[in-house]
Unconditional design. Structure first.
Length: 89
């Protein structure tokens, strides 16, 4: 159980960093938010790949699941930055 949580946090951090590289511009967020949005993106990617598309576990690296996870995290980063952006008045 603890190992799964640690693994999820590590993969979430990787996915969060990759998503921040994909999103253009500068994002004003710290590493905790990056990891949290990466974990959320990873969970969404696993759910979409395994649940909605019915692909489940495969041997090796699931590149499509990683791409879906990074895309989901990128969308979450865009939503986060648009919600926390200071208005220019």
């Amino acid at each position: 159980m603890v190992g799964q949580i640690i693994t999820t946090i590590i993969f979430g951090a990787v996915i969060g960093v990759l998503a921040r590289l994909v999103v253009p511009g500068r994002q004003a967020m710290g590493w905790v938010i990056t990891v949290a949005l990466g974990v959320a993106g990873a969970l969404i990617g696993y759910w979409v790949w395994g649940g909605l598309l019915g692909q489940g576990d495969t041997r090796g690296v699931d590149w499509i699941r990683w791409i879906i996870s990074v895309a989901a995290a990128a969308v979450l980063i865009l939503v986060y930055t648009s919600m926390t952006r200071k208005s220019r008045t």
